[in-house]
Design a protein around this ligand. Structure first.
Ligand code: AMP
Length: 368
């Protein structure tokens, strides 16, 4: 099916894009992202929707992409280091590029540089400010009426198992579990002088919920603006915590100096019991609606990282406001996305949203 003719790009005065889109040819938009994380899926989805793609790589063209011809970008731009991305802005604009940010793109470039990058980006960049700061993220979730783990203030008595999280710790490095006050005291020297969050350790099962909020698509699960889709769910494989049981109980390992770590090494697909789906959508809806009140809305893909306890309570312990790598297990659909459209991936859904906004002349509502 051919792509309906674009109605041109209307400029929204409030958009941070200013006049950038004026110089763009809407018929020739190119989806660009860094060659990492979920880029294969993003390129594959764009190609399926007939949108050209551009991969940004460091050093040289990554060879492994040639092993996946259906997910290889149409073109590469190679830079010496990720720090050079800001210098590419002019070149990217010349190519009509729209950045699809993923976790690694934002991490490699740095949040401040990403906020400044003068190239249209999919989704609302203001969300970064709320997502990256643990306190602000917590306020957002709580004020949305969503359950979050109890947080212990410094010096507060530890009356239940806690997980001690270090700010900015990549892959949960250095996190530790203390089951009670005594165990916390034993480990206290590791906390001294560091920015930490002491969180209630929720004994439950993990579900990472992959949502997509479109501010422009009205059908489906309607929100006050647009709609909410659930495209999949995964659980992360985390080393070494996931395999510790094979070597015995954690206490015994601790005596040998082996502490649990939470480094994500992969992902597995999961489904949640069907009776929990109303709660899942209620949580997703609350988080999106609140985002409009706080900063003009979180649009596009996002993930709520949850724990479900044995009383079937869902607690959200983290939010990612962009495509998460866990969606990579659903390149050709998921047990949820297939009810929306057979074979739909999050990467493809992003490309569809860009096409839809272009058709409706509403690109400034999905790009910033
Ligand atoms: P985070 O850095 O917040 O994404 O946490 C890393 C990992 O720690 C998660 O994927 C979970 O396995 C685990 N985790 C985080 N918060 C909690 C919590 N409050 N209770 C139990 N496990 C948690």
């Amino acid at each position: 099916m051919g792509e309906p003719k674009s109605k041109g790009i209307k400029k929204r005065p409030s958009s941070r894009l200013g006049g950038i889109l004026d110089g763009y040819d809407p018929a020739k938009l190119v989806i660009a992202t860094a060659c990492s994380h979920s880029s294969l899926q993003i390129f594959h989805g764009a190609r399926a929707e007939g949108i050209k793609t551009l991969g940004i790589a460091v050093g040289n063209e990554p060879k492994f992409y040639s092993a996946f011809p259906r997910a290889r970008p149409d073109e590469f731009i190679v830079v010496d280091s990720w720090n050079e991305i800001p210098k590419l802005a002019g070149e990217l604009r010349k190519r009509n590029a729209v950045i699809v940010p993923h976790g690694s793109f934002v991490e490699y470039l740095g949040a401040t540089e990403f906020l400044k990058l003068n190239v249209p980006s999919f989704g609302n960049r203001k969300v970064l400010e709320w997502e990256a700061d643990r306190e602000k993220q917590r306020d957002w979730l709580r004020s949305a009426g969503v359950w979050v783990p109890k947080r212990f203030k410094p010096g507060e008595a530890i009356d239940r198992p806690v997980l001690v999280k270090f700010h900015g710790a990549k892959g949960g490095r250095g996190y530790f579990i203390a089951k009670n006050q005594d165990e916390f005291m034993e480990m206290e020297d590791r906390v001294q002088g560091k920015a930490v969050q002491i969180q209630e350790y929720i004994l439950g099962t993990r579900y990472y919920l992959h949502f997509f909020h479109s501010p422009i698509k009205k059908d489906g699960y309607e929100l006050s603006r647009g709609s909410l889709e659930l495209l999949g769910m995964d659980r992360r494989d985390e080393a070494n915590i996931d395999e510790m049981y094979k070597l015995g109980a954690q206490e015994l390992l601790k005596k040998s100096g082996v502490l649990p770590t939470f480094v994500v090494t992969g992902n597995v697909p999961v489904v949640i019991r069907e009776s929990l789906l109303p709660k899942v959508f209620d949580i997703g809806e609350r988080v999106v609606e609140r985002s409009y009140e706080l900063f003009g809305g979180m649009t596009g893909p996002f993930c709520l990282e949850t724990l479900v306890s044995d009383d079937l309570h869902i607690t959200v312990f983290e939010l990612s406001a962009r495509i998460v790598a866990g969606t990579n297990v659903f390149i050709s659909g998921s047990p949820y996305a297939d009810f929306v459209e057979p074979g739909l991936s999050t990467g493809r859904r992003i490309a569809q949203e860009i096409k839809m906004a272009r058709r409706m002349g509403r690109l400034p509502e999905i790009l910033t």
